[in-house]
Structure formats: C-alpha cells, structure tokens
Design a protein around this ligand. Structure first.
Ligand SMILES: Cc1ncc(COP(=O)(O)O)c(C=O)c1O
Length: 454
C-alpha cells in the first residue's frame, strides 16, 4: 500500500518495533507494514491513508449491527461508571450478567436456558471440553472423554480450541491436537466430493461420524462438535443430506452434540442461531462474536436443561475466568441484543438482505474464474477455478491471495481461504451496499483472471 501520510509510517514503525500480530508472518509483516484502520461507520472502514473500504467480513465475522452505534458505547460507559468490574466466583453476581443470561435464554432454542460466560469463543470451547468430561464423570461414565470434531473446522486458537479445530497448519505448531480429540471428514462437496453428487457426498460425510463412534466405542465418546456452516474453513455449506443424517446418528448414540455458533449465531443465517436454521437440537452451543457485535470481547456456552440438571449434582465445576460475564461486556451484549430485536435486524436479513445478497452473488457464476458460488444468509463463498467443469484449480498460483489483494486495493475486504473467496458482511448492509460489494467483487475477479493468465 502507498504510505503518503507520515503518521502511517509512524504507526507502522511501532508495529515493527513492538507488536506481534495474530496469525501473521512476523518478518513479512515488518517488510510490508500493516494497513492501519483508524475509524469505521456502518459497513465501511477507513485506513490511515484515507481509503474507504467496504468491510465484506464484518471485521472477523462479528460486527453484526455495523460500526459506530453510539448506544453500545453509551451502555459500556454507563456500566463502567456504575460497576466496572466484579467477578462471578464465590457466590456473587451482578445485574447485567443475570439480565443477559435471561435475554440469551429467551432467544436460544427451546430447552436451552443456562449460559456460562467466557471472554471469547476459544474459551467457550475450552469450557465445553471441560464441561462435557465433567458431565460424563458425574453420570458415572468417566471414560466418555473423546470429542469428535471435523477436519478444517475452526473452534479457536487456545490449546483446546486449536485441537478441536481441524486446521492442520495449526496442529503442526505445538504438538496438537491434544489427546482425546479426533477429526472426521468435512462436508465440503466442491473440494472433496469427487464423482459423488452433493447429496451422496453429504450422506457419506455424515456417515464418517457413525464410523468414528463405532471405531472408538460409544463408551469412550463424550461429544461431537461442529459449526452449522464452517466459517473459517471456507464457508462450507453442507449438502442438504448432511445434517438430517447426522441427526439420525446422534439420536442413535448416547453422546452430546455441541453446535459451535460463534459465527452462525446472532443472525448470520437469518435465524437467531444456525441450529434454528438447520433444526438441530444441540446440547451445548458456543457463542461469541455477534453476541456483542465485536464491540467488546465476550463469549459463552449455552447449555441444555437436561445437561444442567446433571451438572447440578456434581458439586463444584472447577472452571472459570476472571472476565467470565464481565459487567461491561454484558451491558454491551444486552444493548446489542436489544437493537437486534427492536430493529428487527434478523427478520430483515431473513426477508430481504439475505435473499438479495445470495441472488446477486450467484450472478458471479457466469464469470470464467468462478467454479461455484454458495452461501446461506449473510455468508457467501466464491470458488476460484481454472476449469469450471472439472473444478480444477490454478495450482500453485495463489489465486485467492491475488484476488484478496485486488479487493483490498479496490476498497473491498473479502477474505481468501486457499482459492475460496469468502464474505460475511455486517447484517445491516443495505441493497445499494450489496450492489457495490458485488460490482467490486466482479471487478476484482476480472483483475485476478488477467493476472493469472498474464
Ligand atoms: C466457529 C468458531 N469458533 C470459535 C472461534 C474462536 O473464537 P475467538 O477468536 O473469539 O476465540 C471462532 C473464531 O473465528 C470461530 O469462527
């Protein structure tokens, strides 16, 4: 990027001298310098060079109600003045966390009325792992420890979160996964379906769960965790046959089902939760991101009543975080949920924005570089290919990264997962802004194709 503003260089040198950025090649970042984002409003970001950028990723999938909502800032400020901090350990609580737990129970699927709060989605999944094992131990089945997860799933970056996730490039650093976590195939038809139809492949992928349960022995399996739609893996929308078959398998075996709703929760699919969209009946749901629209860190685990009834018999649950249910985060989350409800944001996604976004995105199917466009709600993926019919990629050319860079340079944030371009804009994006997003995406596909052929 061009650095005309002297302040940009100043901030970049601070980055070089002092900052270690997440999921970054430290040395490469020093050479290039980070783009400095200075402010934001609605669906737009501005960088320190004055560029206005349409944020097609809602930050990291989280800024559901858009940037710049004063109500959330006011809620935080009011709570900071009243009670900036107190913990929930040792039989204490405070009003915002209790009101938030009730507000979440009101929107969660029936029978899910309790919430354990954390500081992030990763901590939510760590909590899940410990709670699942504690649950089975209380029930007198302490061997039911293994958690089955999926390849290319994403469940966070703590040791447990990265182990639950199926990202091999994360496992390679630090001897992961930890014992007791195993992975089965993902329902990614476009990338891995081979000659099967999507429906056949969906059943095949779901059957991997049953096979794994039988291989390990149901007496050793505690839970299966999955994102309703895999986000960071590349917006993997499973074939229609997948979830119904998984539900049959879960009904057959006595294991818990955990829906990781960190991305799908809070309206992303046009329902409050991805589990509502697919009519799943999870025992636990991990939440974060859209819970506060990313304005402040907060995560949690929503737990089914029957599971809570067992936990109630288990004495102390020796787990928790200094910032579990932080009052300021809870106040912001409450205000965020109030805005979502009062402004019917999810209803509007369901009725208007999601159908429009999905229709406009699919128009990109006619582009020579595009092998598939898929999506649900306010989630979308565009597969970049050399040959549409065979789904053959531009091997080793880094098509996704080239496209991502063109997007950045043309005022659009679209993320690349390999050669899959993904979007997840704020839920409040307007039709005119969706038009802008699709127009810019097409332009960047043209530029990417020319670069690949040039
Ligand atoms: C599905 C899913 N689970 C868990 C996480 C981890 O959340 P956090 O980054 O807040 O720890 C993420 C983050 O992207 C996610 O997408």
């Amino acid at each position: 990027m061009s650095n005309n503003n002297p302040q940009t260089r100043e901030w970049q040198s601070l980055s070089n001298d002092h900052h270690l950025a997440p999921f970054s090649d430290f040395k490469q970042l020093k050479e290039k310098g980070p783009r400095i984002i200075t402010h934001a409003k609605g669906v737009y970001l501005w960088d320190s060079e004055g560029n206005k950028i349409l944020d097609g990723m809602a930050g990291l999938w989280c800024v559901a109600i858009g940037y710049g909502r004063d109500e959330l800032a006011d809620a935080a400020s009011k709570q900071m003045r009243e009670l900036p901090y107190y913990n929930l350990f040792f039989q204490t609580a405070h009003p915002p966390v209790l009101e938030l737990a009730k507000a979440i129970a009101d929107i969660a699927p029936a029978g899910m009325n309790h919430v354990f709060f954390t500081g992030s989605g990763s901590e939510g999944n760590d909590t899940m792992l410990r709670m699942v094992r504690h649950y089975w131990a209380i029930k007198g089945q302490p061997n039911k420890k293994v958690i089955i997860s999926r390849k290319n799933g994403y469940h966070g970056s703590t040791v447990a979160g990265a182990s639950l996730g199926g990202m091999t490039y994360m496992h390679e650093q630090g001897d992961l996964p930890i014992p007791g976590i195993v992975h089965i195939a993902q329902p990614y038809w476009f990338g891995e379906g081979g000659d099967m139809t999507p429906e056949e492949f969906g059943v095949w992928a779901a059957n991997q769960l049953e096979q794994k349960i039988l291989e390990i022995g149901v007496d050793n399996v505690g839970a299966f965790i999955a994102e309703p739609i895999q986000g960071a893996g590349g917006v993997i929308v499973p074939p229609d046959s997948y979830w119904p078959r998984i539900k049959e398998i879960l009904a057959k075996y006595d294991i818990l089902f955990v829906a990781d709703e960190v991305i799908c929760g809070f309206g992303r699919t046009g329902e409050w939760f991805g589990s509502d969209f697919y009519d799943l009946k999870p025992d636990m749901m991990t939440i974060a991101k859209g819970l506060t629209s990313g304005y402040i860190p907060m995560g949690g685990l929503i737990v089914r009543d029957e599971v809570v009834a067992v936990l109630n018999e288990g004495g102390d649950f020796n787990h928790g975080f200094t910032y579990s249910g932080h009052p300021v985060a809870a106040a912001v989350a409450l205000e965020n949920i109030r805005i979502m409800r009062d402004e019917n944001i999810i209803g509007r996604v369901h009725e208007e924005s999601a159908p429009y976004l999905q229709k406009r995105l699919r128009e990109l199917n006619d582009h020579p570089l595009v092998g598939e466009v898929r999506g649900v709600g306010m989630l979308g993926a565009i597969e970049l290919v050399q040959d549409k019919a065979t789904r053959k990629r531009y091997e080793g050319k880094g098509a996704g990264m080239i496209c991502r860079q063109f997007c950045f340079d043309n005022g659009l944030i679209m993320r690349a997962v390999g050669d899959t371009m993904i979007i997840s804009p704020p839920l409040v994006i307007t039709p005119a802004e969706i038009d802008e997003l699709v127009t810019k995406a097409r332009k960047c596909l043209d530029l990417t194709l020319s670069a690949l052929q040039g």
